[in-house]
Design a protein around this ligand. Structure first.
Ligand SMILES: [Zn+2]
Length: 264
């Protein structure tokens, strides 16, 4: 059976979908790839020329590093994988920041040397400068992996659960499960208790319904080959690109493994 994807919700930053005819290793592979194996750009080095703000240089650099930057995966490569040997436009982007108080400095104040590389959110507060305080710096962004540092993590809040399967048999319509269900998705239908339509997606597999049923009419289990996914992007990619990149990463790893095995 071929894998299938049913999209439930899709926006620029987040997606909810059902992956069916897949196994747990593949589902977890997609989740892990999105969190740690899809490379993204982040500020990795900061040359501070002037900083008379209340933040230490290190704190300022850390805040800048955690600012998500829009990334084109075709345009950049992680520095250690670049063929240039030192630094080139494919492995390094320079951004500058120059501000004087009194004012709040936002991520959007960073001026990038590459039009495609911009702070994904323009209004992340960096530092509140008081009268006469100044910050002048150059920030160097490089591509890296989430498994090396969280600043390179493109996927945030990526997770899944198995599709819940709840069966009602010989229900005596006592209604105990209806009031016990914390999600409020069980109701009494013509043939007794039931869950209708997409409400099953809200089931959290707590099994309270089964435990409260005096005649054991309810069985709660999960479909091992169907997964309800939630994925969010930090803005460096659209969530759609992030998921595609995660899939590509797995494909590349698998083909590399194949090559290694063949060469043995
Ligand atoms: Zn390079």
């Amino acid at each position: 059976m071929t894998m299938e994807v049913d999209i439930l919700e899709l926006s620029e930053r987040s997606a909810k979908f059902i992956l069916s005819n897949a196994n747990a290793s593949f589902a977890n592979g997609i989740r892990r790839a999105a969190l740690s194996d899809v490379p993204t750009l982040a500020i990795d080095d900061v040359n501070i020329y002037n900083n008379t703000s209340v933040l230490f240089d290190e704190q300022l650099a850390l805040r800048l590093a955690l600012t998500p930057l829009t990334t084109d995966i075709e345009e950049f490569v992680p520095a250690e994988e670049c063929t240039c040997g030192s630094e080139c436009p494919a492995c390094k982007v320079s951004l500058t920041l120059s501000a004087e108080g009194p004012r709040m400095v936002y991520s959007g104040d960073l001026v990038s040397s590459d039009a495609n590389v911009q702070p994904a959110d323009q209004h992340v507060p960096i530092i509140d400068l008081k009268e006469g305080q100044k910050v002048v710096l150059e920030a160097i962004a490089r591509m890296g992996y989430g498994h090396d540092h969280a600043k390179w993590q493109a996927g945030v809040a990526c997770g899944y659960k198995n599709m819940p399967v709840v069966r009602f048999e010989n229900c005596d319509q006592c209604g105990a499960c209806v009031s016990e269900c914390p999600q409020g998705i069980i109701h009494i239908g013509q043939n007794g208790a039931e869950i209708s339509g997409d409400d099953i997606l809200k089931c959290i597999l707590c099994k309270l319904c089964a435990s409260v049923c005096e005649i054991d009419a309810i069985t709660v289990s999960e479909d091992e080959n169907t997964f309800i996914f939630s994925m969010e992007s930090d803005g460096s990619y659209t969530v759609q690109q992030l998921i595609i990149n995660a899939g590509t990463t797995i494909k590349e790893k698998a083909s590399r493994l194949g090559q290694i095995l063949e060469s043995l």
